[in-house]
Design a protein around this ligand. Structure first.
Ligand code: BGC
Length: 745
């Protein structure tokens, strides 16, 4: 190997995630981390031929359907993956023996390796399989969702037989896909298109009435077909191809699949669109090239390079990849769910995870995606207004969990995790109200970083003004204390619910009101007609604005005199538990103490006050940041609390000049799914942690700050990092930050 080859191999390995054995116990975790996608849909890494107990799933943005308890969920789309391989050995005299179906739980497996190439989103599985009755096959499966052709999915299987006889391939589209047993799809029609030889399946969601047509075409390369058949099995149309097996001669089967839904085009046009798309595929190599070129553009904008730490490098790219495959590029009617499109967890619902944890990546590197996500919120202002009104308030109160309609979809009761016969009341949909300010914050940040005045005038201002209206009417005047309060809320730290005056909520509400006044002033100068229109629509007369100023002035912000901020009123009176003394532990503090028990302590699920200090960084003195960092860090359940915490904790550790401590938190966030730190990665990627990982690298170690004066960096690299390089776009100008670190001997 030359130096250059060695270098290339090394670089390749910094772009791949691999496994060398299939662990049936860990298959759901593997399915999550081997998810592929293209921002239109994602498909979990289940095996083409299936495996007992697998959780096969393809989730398409916006394709929700009603479900008991959880209100609505992303409907697991008809399965496009099925491709089974069967081998028959010719006996003496040429007579074929029975077909043996290839499966990883039968026969013998050697040389197994599954690799996800993050650079171009291709998942490859290689292995050698010896059938129980003898006869060996070397198999390679490759699949990807074309980034340049969002409706196209491609799958290829290459087989080198070590036998004489015949190979049979059965490729299906399976309309029986389900969500944990719940069938969302009704069969509508299927058929074979004689002109192209493609098969199609038309299904419709039971409640939301979304039509979906998927089509497939099977292409045999490098060998002559012996026969081809169409099996008209209802709801699982199947194309069957047989080819001769000759020892050492490779057989290649390509399955081209297209998916269209009535969210994309009128239902009557879907079949023609899907059949047209699979017929138009120019071939595997050309499709690969188109996909690769599209990925190159994405990585050019997004990649973060780390030298001196291969694990961090790969993990960062993995997390960025997860964000990129979930990001809606062409659709502003959808948002990203807390578990992206990679699992059943949280049913595809979106939370503040998007605005506070994922959105910054897009705001800084792909503003068009950030804009789509914010437009989704703008489209759902009606739902937010209805929620506020139903609760007796004015303005826009965004739902804690949101899906396709913009109404609140947080389940009210869910089965207890340890005892499914017991129900637990979920209060977040009722009282975790900070999300309205989080959305306003994200809209403002998008404006500050991109300078997109037109968007701010058209949409952002309305988001910020109408959430401000909500905050002002939700604020309760405490006449005895002469202050405004927000009572009975849940802050980011969900170990404590029904608290009064959560500082994060109160301070961000105040920020929302202050910012709204500033935005209105700006709008009056920038677009007076729009300002007048919004003022009349939202009734922003002098009286209301005076009330806003009063709330801003008199809002209660709990704090001790020495700069220690109080997470909520009365927090310091809760029992102070030495969390460190409970180590080593394998359970969250909530599991150890119980839901009520942990609420009586000062242990927190995620850094609530530090989160506020992070978001409003410029408003707090360094000494205040330090004092609160020192107080809250040992009281936070970093390992088993919320996965949202570690990335922010890392940034705040950098803020107090502790890069190595920051690294511990950063790597915990970066590993969250790769190493299944919380044991629930099988439910899907922790999207907030993935987005937070980017923020920890860029705003934490890179120390990037954008202020009205421009941008600057205050780097704080971990000891062993030699270099950190990333890009972003500031007010339309691309910027490359390249930080080198002189290592101390
Ligand atoms: C966290 C929330 C988060 C939600 C979805 C909860 O466990 O406490 O902050 O929004 O998960 O990720």
């Amino acid at each position: 190997m030359t130096d250059r080859q060695a270098n290339n191999a090394m670089n390749e390995s910094l772009w791949t995630i691999s496994e060398t054995s299939l662990d049936p116990q860990g298959q759901h975790h593997a399915e999550t981390i081997f998810t592929i996608g293209n921002g239109y849909l994602c498909t979990r890494g289940a095996l083409e031929e299936g495996y007992a107990g697998d959780r096969r799933a393809t989730f398409i943005h916006g394709v929700f359907d009603a479900a008991p308890i959880v209100v609505t969920e992303l409907a697991n789309a008809p399965d496009w993956l099925p491709l089974s391989v069967h081998a028959a050995v010719a006996g003496a005299g040429g007579a074929l023996g029975p077909y043996e179906r290839f499966s990883q739980d039968r026969g013998q497996i050697a040389g197994y390796r599954r690799t996800l190439d993050l650079r171009q989103g291709v998942l490859t599985r290689r292995l050698e399989w010896t059938a129980p009755t003898g006869g060996r096959l070397a198999l390679t499966f490759e699949r990807f969702a074309a980034l340049d052709q969002p409706h196209m999915l491609l799958l290829r299987c290459r087989v080198v037989p070590d036998l004489l006889g015949r190979l049979q391939f059965r490729a299906s589209l399976n309309g029986y896909a389900h969500n944990d047993g719940l069938l969302h799809w009704r069969y509508v029609a299927q058929g074979l298109d004689p002109a192209s030889g493609a098969a199609s399946l038309h299904t419709r969601t039971r409640h939301s009435g979304i039509d979906l047509v998927t089509a497939m075409r099977l292409v045999t390369a490098a060998s002559a077909e012996h026969s081809r058949a169409y099996w008209d099995t209802e709801n699982a149309p199947t194309l069957v191809v047989e080819v001769e097996a000759v020892p050492g001669q490779e057989v290649v089967i390509e399955k081209y699949v297209a998916v269209y839904t009535s969210r994309d085009a009128p239902a009557g046009q879907l079949c023609a669109a899907a059949l047209g798309a699979v017929s138009a595929v120019p071939g595997w190599d050309a499709a690969v090239a188109g996909n690769r070129a599209a990925w190159e553009t994405e990585w050019e904008r997004t990649d973060v390079e780390v030298e001196g730490d291969d694990e961090a490098q790969i993990a960062l790219r993995f997390n960025l990849f997860q964000m990129l495959i979930a990001a809606p590029r062409r659709d502003d009617r959808v948002n990203i769910g807390a578990k992206t499109l990679s699992g059943f967890g949280y049913r595809g619902h979106s939370f503040w995870d998007t605005e506070i944890f994922m959105l910054p990546l897009f705001t800084y590197t792909a503003p068009h995606i950030a804009r789509n996500l914010l437009n989704y919120r703008h489209r759902h202002l009606a739902g937010a207004r209805a929620k506020a009104q139903a609760n007796g308030f004015e303005g826009a109160q965004f739902p804690w969990e949101s899906a396709d309609t913009g109404e609140e979809v947080t389940p009210t009761w869910v089965p207890h995790s340890a005892d499914r016969a017991r129900l637990v009341r979920i209060w977040t949909g009722d009282i975790e109200i900070h999300i309205s300010a989080d959305i306003a914050y994200a809209a403002h940040q998008y404006w500050a970083v991109t300078g997109d005045d037109a968007w701010m005038a058209a949409k952002g201002a309305e988001l910020i003004l109408d959430t401000a209206r909500f905050w002002a009417t939700r604020a309760e005047w405490n006449a005895a204390a002469g202050r405004y309060e927000y009572r009975d809320v849940i802050g980011p730290d969900e170990y404590h619910d029904h608290v009064d005056n959560n500082l994060y909520t109160n301070r961000l509400a105040q920020w929302n009101l202050q910012t709204a006044l500033g935005v209105l002033d700006w709008l009056r100068g920038y677009a007076p007609e729009r300002a007048a229109e919004l003022s009349s629509q939202l009734d922003l007369g002098p009286e209301r604005l005076a009330h806003w100023r009063h709330v801003i002035d008199k809002i209660y912000l709990p704090a001790a005199p020495d700069g220690l901020l109080e997470q909520f009123e009365g927090y310091f009176q809760r029992t102070d538990v030495d969390l460190a003394s409970l180590e080593p532990r394998t359970k969250s503090a909530q599991e150890l103490f119980g839901i009520e028990g942990v609420a009586d302590t000062q242990i927190i699920k995620q850094p609530d006050v530090l989160m506020l200090l992070y978001l409003l960084r410029d408003q707090f003195a360094a000494a205040v940041v330090r004092r609160n960092y020192e107080y809250y860090t040992p009281r936070t359940d970093h390992t088993y609390g919320s996965s949202l915490g570690p990335a922010i904790q890392a940034i705040m550790a950098c803020a107090v000049g502790r890069p190595d401590e920051a690294y511990g938190h950063f790597i915990r966030a970066a590993r969250a799914d790769l190493r299944d730190v919380r044991g629930n990665a099988g439910d899907g990627i922790h999207g907030a942690s993935a987005g937070g990982t980017w923020q920890a690298a860029v705003f934490g170690f890179g120390g990037l700050r954008v202020t009205p004066k421009g941008w600057h960096t205050e780097p704080c690299l971990p000891q062993h990092w030699r270099r950190l390089r990333f890009r972003f776009c500031h007010r339309g100008q691309p910027v490359v930050i390249d930080l080198e670190h002189a290592l101390t001997p």
